[in-house]
Design a protein around this ligand. Structure first.
Ligand SMILES: [Zn+2]
Length: 136
């Protein structure tokens, strides 16, 4: 179900708790909510819909892809950029890495490790920061 976007800085700054199998509905809601905002949003974390669990989704072409309990295990090639966020006004400067490796669980709870580059890596870094209570 599409959920309203949380813009409350105090709750957004609280680190999210690990997600468990009872959080499957949050994964579905996050996918639905990103799909509803895909014209102006490329990723979303569960605390952006008011659910403080470590779940993110990102846009890859026409698809919305979930990651549960994502952790960045390696990162390289830092750069400075600016980003926007659906929960915050304006564009803000931030530091990202061109290359990252992420360990996470899929929506059917398989543990996976995958590497990402450039724009997709940037989206995932932004959303994992949300899980840690870090805002741009
Ligand atoms: Zn954001």
């Amino acid at each position: 179900m599409i959920q309203p976007i949380n813009t409350d800085i105090a709750t957004l700054k609280r680190p999210a708790m690990p997600a468990t199998k009872t959080d499957q509905q949050i994964v579905t809601d996050l996918l639905d909510t990103l799909k509803a905002h895909q014209d102006n949003c490329v990723g979303m974390a569960a605390n952006m819909i008011g659910r403080p669990k470590r779940i993110i989704v990102y846009q890859l072409g026409p698809m919305q892809i979930p990651m549960i309990n994502p952790v960045i295990t390696t990162q390289s090639a830092p750069y400075q950029t600016t980003e926007g966020c659906l929960s915050l006004p304006g564009q803000r400067p931030t530091k990202r890495y061109h290359n990252i490796t992420v360990r996470y669980q899929t929506s059917d709870w398989q543990t996976k490790t995958a590497s990402f580059t450039d724009f997709t890596a940037q989206i995932i870094q932004h959303e994992i920061d949300h899980c840690d209570g870090i805002l741009i």
